[in-house]
Design a protein around this ligand. Sequence first.
Ligand code: HBI
Ligand code: FE
Length: 288
Amino acid sequence: MASETHVLDRPPEGANADWTIPQGWDAYSAQDHATWDTLYARQMKLLPGRASDAFLRGLDALKLSESGIPDFEELSDRLEALTGWRVVAVPGLVPDDVFFTHMANRRFVAGNFIRRPDQLDYLQEPDVFHDVFGHVPMLADPVFADYLAAYGRGGLRALELGSLKQLARLYWYTVEFGLVQEPEGLRIYGAGIVSSASETRFSLDDPSPNRIMLDLARVMRTDYRIDDFQQTYFVIPSFDELLRLTVETDFAPVYDAIREEREIAVDAVLPEDEVVTEGTQAYASSKA
Ligand code: HBI
Ligand code: FE
C-alpha cells in the first residue's frame, strides 16, 4: 500500500529516531473501535474458504477475534512467543531504510490510526486495519515469518544495489497481493486483499485478472497498480517454496539480468508464463 507521495523525510514531532511512536491505545474513540469491529465482521463473512489456512490460524493464535483495535504490546507478546516478531506503531509510511531495518529485525511497522467510517471501502495509506488485520496474522506462521525477515534483509541490500524498485514488486505481488495454492484451491494470503472486501471476491472469483505461477525474475519485472484492483495475481505453490526461493537466490545477478530487460505490463501474459487462469481484463477495460 506504499504510496510514495506520503513518506515524510524525517520523523514527525514526538516520534523516536526509528520513527516508532507510542500506539496511544487509550486515545482510540468508541467509533475507532467500532470501525475495526465493522471491518473485522465484514471480512470474516468472506474469508473462511477464501483466505489461506495460515492466515486463519494466525487470526486465532493472536486472538484478533476479540473486539476492538488490538493493543500492540499484548499482541506483540503473543506474536513474539510464536515467531519472534513484534508490532511497532508508526505514524504512517516510513522511509525505505527505516522500513527494511525494522523488518530485518522482526519488527512489523503498523500505522496506529484507523480510517474514518466514510472510508470503509478504500484508503490510500495503510491504516491499523490494513497493517494489523491484513499483515500480522501471517507473521504467526513460522515459514512466512522467516520469509518476511529475509525480505527485510534483502531490502537493505537492494537499497545498496539501487535495485529497490525490482524488490518492491516481489513484496507487492506476495506480501500485499499474493495467492497460494492449497489442496482445496487458490487461497489469499496478501494483506492488501484480505483487508479489502471487494478485492477478496475479485482476486479469487472474478474472470478479469490473470493468475500466474510466481517466477522471481518475472515478478521483479512486472509493474503494479497502487490505486485499483490488480490485473495480475501471482500464485505460489507453498510458503516453503516462497521462502526457499528468497533464501537460496543470489539477487544481485537477477537484478543485473532484469535491468537490461523491458518492464512487463500489469496485464501481460508471456509465452513462458505458467498460467493458472488467463484473465479477460474486462474490469480494467471497463475502467479505462
Ligand atoms: N515501504 N518504504 C516503505 N515504507 C512503508 O511504510 C511501507 C512500505 N511498503 C509497504 C508498506 N509500508 C505497507 O505494506 C504497510 O502495510 C506495512
Ligand atoms: Fe501493507
